[in-house]
Design a protein around this ligand. Structure first.
Ligand SMILES: [Zn+2]
Length: 240
């Protein structure tokens, strides 16, 4: 049986229009159908987790910031189009003149001023952390568990949180990869430092949407070959 191109599976999972023959194939094929379902779940979960409410700071915080800037620095409020990420769901828009003012003050008086103004009375909001998918990290030969990778949404970023132990490097170092479910494409996510059992790597929704859902840790040598060594120690597929 000829299976449709992987891009068409991803397109289907994303809800895009695909040729009639592809839809028919997916209904019948015991390999492609479940793969599309799995892709759909991971994509849905990562997308849903993005719809978190960003809470604007309470008025008292703004007042404190404005007071802080107004008095000693004699700054004139002015409108600027340099808006930060707008709050979702129609929260009242606030002209952030103080951002420009703080930046200007930082440049004129030293960046310490900016940091002090921003930190005072306005503790950085703790971003929400949400696990959207997990992958067991098992050895390829004996399927021994060596840890777990989690796809976590931290605020507005998507991280791959890798926990692994007992991975002998002997020589060389450990590299984390995301392999496409077509098993033809892969991207390097980063290096897992020696002796570190947990590390977070920033990835993107795009990668997940394209089907990069297999987590792989390989042993790499200090050579001039940036490609995957082929020496995979553990691997697992992200699933909800
Ligand atoms: Zn198929």
């Amino acid at each position: 049986m000829t299976h449709p191109d992987h891009d068409l599976l991803v397109a289907t999972a994303l809800g895009e229009a695909v040729p009639e023959q592809v839809s028919q194939h997916l209904e019948l094929c015991s390999e492609c159908g479940p793969e599309v379902e799995s892709l759909k779940q991971v994509i849905d979960m990562t997308r849903r987790s993005r719809d978190v409410d960003l809470v604007p700071p309470p008025p008292a915080v703004w007042a404190a910031i404005e007071a802080e800037l107004d008095a000693p620095l004699q700054l004139t409020p002015r409108h600027t189009e340099a808006t930060p990420t707008p709050p979702r769901h129609g929260a009242p828009r606030r002209s952030p003149w103080w951002l420009a003012a703080a930046a200007a003050a930082g440049i004129a008086l030293g960046s310490g001023v900016t940091a002090a103004v921003v930190n005072r009375d306005s503790p950085a909001p703790t971003p929400s952390v949400q696990t959207v998918a997990k992958a067991p990290l098992d050895t390829l030969d004996t399927k021994t568990s060596r840890g777990e990778a989690r796809l976590v949404r931290v605020g507005t970023t998507l991280d791959l949180d890798v926990q692994a132990r007992g991975l002998a490097t002997d020589s060389g170092y450990l590299e984390v990869w995301l392999i496409n479910s077509d098993l033809k494409r892969m991207v390097s996510v980063g290096v897992l430092p020696a002796g570190v059992e947990q590390q977070r790597f920033v990835i993107s929704q795009d990668l997940i949407d394209q089907g990069y859902v297999i987590v792989d840790i390989s042993r790499e040598q200090f050579d001039d070959k940036p490609a995957h060594s082929g020496d995979s120690l553990v691997r697992g597929t992200l699933a909800v």
